[in-house]
Design a protein around this ligand. Structure first.
Ligand code: ADP
Ligand code: ASP
Ligand code: MG
Length: 409
């Protein structure tokens, strides 16, 4: 008998049948004697549709009003699912982010959870109710509704599981676990029985949307027992853990990820003198623009170029800041492209293996795919490629590591 947090994503609650299916999974868990807290996402494409609706009224809408709007999607799912569970004859209550004590800072659209005060949730559990909580949303210290950023319901679930010291946090989605690459792009991707927090955090940060990266960070910090599984199939999923079983066959990478939310800026013809990079990147930092891959050319004829990537949503602002500071920075022109994507390999095993980068680049070369930029860390290598090559790059890199070097699970 334990306390289980279950989270269901948008496709799992997309219509009345899917909601009834979710209600069956929840009540089945409850019938086995567990206390059950459920986090729900908005139905299907509701969040996207709400964003479109807002743009029709005011494309410059304030972030506060956007959050007020977007938070409604999760509320609809929770109320409908509670009604389905009521109809099955079980005690149930649905709660919003603020009712369930999800306290956040005031960064509308990308709010951070400061703490969870789940008194109401605990009271309802004591009354033996199934508790449904809206994902993706919280409340700031002024009582305003905030949202956690796209895909944030995973983070709501893990935060709630940590606050309640739940025995298990199950993330139900539309695939039956975490794969060596997005199974919708790479048909021969393999399902992992388990993966470490560190590797999953890296994969999620590099574009594997199956888990919100902040949810993995939280799960690691609070040692939440986390599992990703399908609400469609009922098969065992993938466990995300601190340490995984050693493998018989040695592999160096755990997965390949693709991120299309990338844009590149190249600042051409900068003076080749100290302080230039400092000036550019402090301007970006002042605007709270996150910079990812950075590449500086070797100086020639006393000039150099600096290229870097940002997420697509920051491109316009980054370009504006550079243009406004053209005379301070002293460059010739800025070249931008949002026609790029980042493809990465991740694996704790690559630290001691110098061949991984060469193998990855060879796979791209054999497929005739050009690399625009490269960045590496201890457990990942990322390349920037043209967007039209991104899926093929993911596939050939995956095949090179997983088909020729044996597999992971
Ligand atoms: P939900 O709405 O349930 O939160 P998401 O669409 O956010 O679901 O995440 C699930 C999707 O993540 C899958 O449909 C799959 O296409 C994608 N995905 C990307 N990388 C991976 C991976 N390595 N393993 C599994 N799924 C992945
Ligand atoms: N509904 C939100 C989104 O679409 C949050 C989530 O599904 O995790 O981003
Ligand atoms: Mg998601």
């Amino acid at each position: 008998m334990g306390l289980i947090v279950q989270k269901f994503g948008g496709s799992s609650v997309a219509d009345a049948d899917r909601i009834r299916n979710v209600a069956r999974i929840i009540t089945e868990t409850y019938r086995r004697g567990h206390k059950v807290v459920v986090i729900l996402s908005a139905q299907g494409d509701t969040t996207d549709d709400l964003i479109t609706k807002a743009a029709e009224i005011n494309p410059e809408a304030s972030r506060r009003e956007m959050d007020m709007l977007l938070a409604t999607g999760e509320q609809v799912s929770c109320a409908l699912c509670a009604m389905a569970i009521e109809a099955m004859g079980y005690p149930v209550i649905s709660l919003t982010g603020w009712q369930s004590g999800m306290k956040t800072n005031s960064s509308f659209g990308n709010a951070r959870i400061k703490r969870v005060v789940p008194e109401r949730v605990l009271d309802e559990l004591d009354r033996r109710s199934i508790v449904l909580v809206t994902g993706f949303q919280g409340v700031n210290k002024y009582g305003d509704i905030t949202t956690l950023g796209r895909g944030g319901s995973d983070t709501s679930a893990v935060a709630m599981a940590a606050a309640l010291q739940a025995d298990l946090c199950q993330i139900f989605t539309d695939v039956d676990g975490i794969y060596t690459a997005d199974p919708r792009i790479v048909k021969n991707a393999r399902k992992l029985e388990e993966i470490t927090f560190d590797e999953m955090l890296e994969l999620a940060t590099l574009g594997a949307q199956v888990l919100h990266n902040r949810s993995v960070e939280l799960a690691k910090r609070y040692n939440v027992n986390l599992e990703v599984l399908s609400s469609f199939t009922g098969t065992p999923g993938t466990k995300v853990k601190e340490v995984v079983k050693p493998m018989m066959e040695k592999t160096y990478i755990s997965g390949v990820a693709k991120d299309k939310d990338v844009a590149r800026l190249a600042v051409i013809g900068l003076a080749d003198e100290p302080g230039i990079a400092f000036r550019i990147f402090s301007l970006m930092a002042k605007e709270k623009i996150n910079v990812d891959i950075i590449l500086q050319s070797i100086g020639r004829h006393s000039t150099k170029d600096i290229s870097f990537t940002v997420c697509k949503g920051d491109l316009e602002q980054a370009q504006k800041v550079l243009d406004e500071n053209k005379s301070l920075l002293g460059f010739d022109h800025v070249d931008v492209s949002d026609n790029v994507a980042k493809v990465s390999v991740v694996g704790a095993g690559m630290v001691n293996n110098s061949g991984v980068a060469a193998t990855m680049f060879e796979a791209l070369y054999n497929a005739g795919i050009n690399i625009n930029m490269i960045s590496t860390s201890e457990i990942k290598i990322s390349v920037l490629v043209n967007i039209e090559d991104a899926d093929r790059a993911t596939q050939v890199i995956h095949d090179r590591f997983f088909d020729e070097y044996g597999h992971r699970d």
